[in-house]
Design a protein around this ligand. Structure first.
Ligand SMILES: NC(=O)c1ccc[n+]([C@@H]2O[C@H](COP(=O)([O-])OP(=O)(O)OC[C@H]3O[C@@H](n4cnc5c(N)ncnc54)[C@H](O)[C@@H]3O)[C@@H](O)[C@H]2O)c1
Length: 292
């Protein structure tokens, strides 16, 4: 899909981070956007950011982990916009915990949003996407859908599965009206750690999910302040779609970690420290210029 103007795009998890800026950049490109999130307050903030663009915007408060709510989504979108051209399955959460100490409720929370939410939304919107002359389905996995670290087993289980699901669909819909894309971001400076659950508050750098020490708020702030700005991530994703890339890596860290797991499938973690620190310094943490 080369052009987003006059298209209708549904973005889940649009109240924050990558989803918020996908909505902004799509609106800037002339697409009508349907923004969905579980948090009505942050959704309203995103809606306010979209007012400067001359496009139709619909906000829908929805829990992507609730199958009935997800199944009811297309009807609301069609009633308001008449069609759907793009679906961004972007909403995602994580739990920082050893599997041994993770509650079943936390495991199910991650599964329901990150995996079942993606599958259920894909199933619900598919007939509408297939009805358009040109449509795109964009599922967000992660670089953690390619490599694994400790204390993120639920997140890995979903992100590896989203990758498998999406790569299967890429082949099933090859040479049809529907282009399917799988997104693998590296470290993007968003609220994902702030929005995550932790079994215990980490205090030792070696034990923390991303090498950060401190309490949840400190970790959340460090994570948000040291990643690539989410507007840049959204820009890379939209460019990848317009160039027809089926697998979209976001950030040099994602590309290098993918390379590391190809070179050393069982010991890539030993290569990680070599480039993670320099990349933290090099990452572009500023928003795209005209969005600031
Ligand atoms: N930030 C990163 O470094 C990174 C890296 C790889 C992959 N990702 C993926 O990118 C996607 C976007 O994450 P982000 O980093 O922008 O995080 P974020 O926390 O800033 O944004 C995620 C949004 O999803 C919403 N959400 C959470 N649960 C929901 C639910 N049940 N129903 C509807 N909305 C819900 C949140 O309210 C939030 O607005 C996620 O799938 C995440 O796994 C992020």
């Amino acid at each position: 899909m080369k052009n987003f103007a006059q298209k209708v795009a549904v973005v889940t998890g649009a109240g924050s981070g990558i989803g918020r800026y996908l909505a902004v950049l799509l609106a800037r490109a002339g697409a009508d956007v349907v923004i969905c999130d579980i948090n009505p307050d942050t959704l309203a903030e995103t809606e306010a950011m979209l007012r400067r663009y001359n496009v139709a915007v619909t906000s829908i408060a929805v829990d992507m982990g609730d199958k009935a709510q997800v199944t009811a989504l297309p009807e609301q979108v069609i009633a308001r916009h008449g069609k759907v051209d793009l679906l961004f399955n972007n909403a995602g959460v994580t739990v920082g915990a050893d599997f041994e100490n993770m509650s079943e409720a936390d495991w199910d929370w991650v599964m329901n949003i990150n995996l079942n939410g993606v599958v259920n939304a894909t199933r619900a919107f598919l007939p509408h996407l297939r009805a358009q002359p040109e449509a795109a389905l964009i599922n967000t996995s992660s670089i953690f859908g390619m490599i694994a670290v400790a204390k993120q087993s639920s997140y890995h289980a979903t992100k590896f599965a989203v990758r498998g699901f999406t790569e299967g669909l890429i082949r099933e819909f090859k040479d049809t009206n529907l282009s399917v894309h799988c997104v693998h971001p590296g470290h993007i400076g968003t609220n994902i750690v702030a929005n995550s659950r932790f079994t215990e508050i980490e205090t030792e750098p070696d034990n923390s999910p991303s090498g950060f020490a401190g309490n949840h708020t400190e970790m959340a702030n460090l994570f948000r302040d040291h990643g690539m700005h989410p507007s840049r991530a959204a820009g890379i994703i939209l460019k990848g779609i317009s160039r027809g890339k089926r697998r979209i890596f976001v950030g040099l860290d994602a590309k290098l970690l993918d390379l590391a797991q190809r070179i050393s499938p069982m010991h890539y973690d030993k290569l990680m420290p070599l480039f993670m620190l320099p990349l933290t310094i090099l990452r572009n943490k500023k928003p795209i210029k005209d969005l600031a």
